[in-house]
Each structure stands twice: as C-alpha cells, then as structure tokens.
Write a protein that binds this ligand. Structure first.
Ligand code: FES
Length: 107
C-alpha cells in the first residue's frame, strides 16, 4: 500500500495508506484530510481538491490534461507550478512516499 504524506497548512504532516488505483483525492477524503473538499466528487469540475506537489515528486506524476490545466486557473489559493488537482492524480505503487501540500482554502 503506497503511503501518501499530506502536509497541512500549519506544516503538520499526516501519512495515510492509499489504495493503488484510487485518486489522491479519494485517499485524502477517505482518511479524514479535511482540506480536500472535492465538491464534484472527482469529475474535474470543481477545483476544490487542489494540492501543491512536493518538488521532488512533481516530475514523477503523469502529465496533466487540458481540462485539469484550465481548472487550475480557478483555484481559491494561488496557482503555482506545482499545483495539481488531487482527483486527477492516480495512485500507483511507484508513488509510495508522495508528498502533497494542502492549500489554506479550497473555496
Ligand atoms: S474533486 Fe472536483 S475537480 Fe477534483
């Protein structure tokens, strides 16, 4: 089971066990990571599942699609080069140890 490390806005880190094949958003919401709102349930329509991917990991994720790229322009906190929508990050065994930083707010 890959472990995903979420860093809260207050720098507290929380490690959770994710399931291969689910999204990072599902791993977060299923494990009580409240900063991930995920209003649309993972359909790439709401941008309330925004995360900042740790710089050591950003290049190891699959490239984002046009839809995700467009939605990231509407996130509630500043978009950065490391910004991704967690519902579009598919968990694989190779992502064991992935570090995702949580923004201050999603709406
Ligand atoms: S959950 Fe809505 S865009 Fe990710």
């Amino acid at each position: 089971m890959p472990t995903i490390v979420f860093i809260h806005p207050d720098n507290r880190s929380e490690s959770i066990d994710a399931v291969v094949g689910e999204s990072a958003m599902q791993a977060a919401t299923g494990n009580g990571i409240d900063e991930i709102v995920a209003e649309c349930g993972g359909n790439a329509m709401c941008a309330t599942c925004h995360v900042y991917v740790d710089e050591n990991w950003i290049g190891r994720l699959a490239a984002m699609g046009d839809e995700e790229n467009a939605l990231l322009d509407g996130v509630a906190t500043e978009r950065q080069p490391s910004s991704r929508l967690s519902c579009q990050i598919k968990i694989e065994q190779g992502l064991d140890g992935l570090v995702l930083r949580l923004p201050e707010r999603q709406v």
